[in-house]
Design a protein around this ligand. Sequence first.
Ligand code: SF4
Length: 352
Amino acid sequence: MSKTGRQRYNLKDLTRNEMVAVLAGMGKERFRADQIIAWLYRHRVDNLAEMTNLSRVFRQQLEEVATVQSLTCQATETAADGTKKFLFRLFDDSCVETVLIPEPKRLTLCLSTQVGCRQGCRFCVTGRQGFHRNLKVGEIVDQVVQVQKHVDREQRRISNIVFMGMGEPLDNLDVLVKAIEILKYDDGLQFSSRRITVSTCGLVPGMEKLGALVDVCLAISLNATEDETRSRLMPINRRYNLKTLLSACRRFPLKRRSRITFEYILLKDLNDRLADAVRLVKLLKPLKSKINLIPFNEHPDLPYQRPTDEQISAFQAILLDSGMTSIIRKSKGADISAACGQLRGKVLADGK
Ligand code: SF4
């Protein structure tokens, strides 16, 4: 609260136009918003006092209506393969996880959009924790700012953003769209559309709105080739079945040469049979698609198992032989709390 008792804006919650409107209410010019955006996202400062090209008087006026809130890193874990998991404490003391995945040619950051998730996918630790609340715009964007500050020290740059962390991004669509807009600012973090991927469990109306509102890459968490199995694993399938989902995929506005990524978690004896691979080819062949096979990362609270390496290779061979693009994604950070929601669960259990 400000000295006048009014609720103050967190500047990181505001898009450029929203910031311009707040500043216009103070009688300030449009370019002031550009200056603040550069301080927040290019110089990555955490308070108004560091915005030294704004006069002291202006900063004092700004402080009456706005603040700069930053996430606090509560814990980190680093895996042998370099995958690093950050547990961030939010402004109301809830926690979310953000995962940094180094690969030879990219540095990918996996963002959370909700505390918990209401979709209840059976193979997901976050799904078991239930839904707590949506993240705000600033809480999403600041995951990128804080991790980029961390890698700034090593003179590295996050190259790709994936919305695949805790929560279903399309369940928090308006906030997601604003966060993506901010991540793309030329005078800020400068992520291009082809470097941002939104992954959904299949919220069809949200996919349609997303495609109409922003230009991003789309990933679908598919995980089954028949409605019965998919509904068992992912309750969302009872609302939007495979036929409805794949027809929404066909309508999604894709750029030339881009494809939809289908994520397929391989679960032993559930969706890893060769007949599943054959059906997967039939379902996805008509689409511009690529398939990421993800062998399940076993967890004591979840009743599923990872298929054998032979089964995984045989499954992939069917996809490749039919001309599909498919890679086996190693479970990144398999030696840390790698499934989404695990580090959060562990730290909360430790009472930290
Ligand atoms: Fe939610 Fe994604 Fe987990 Fe499903 S897999 S419960 S959509 S976080």
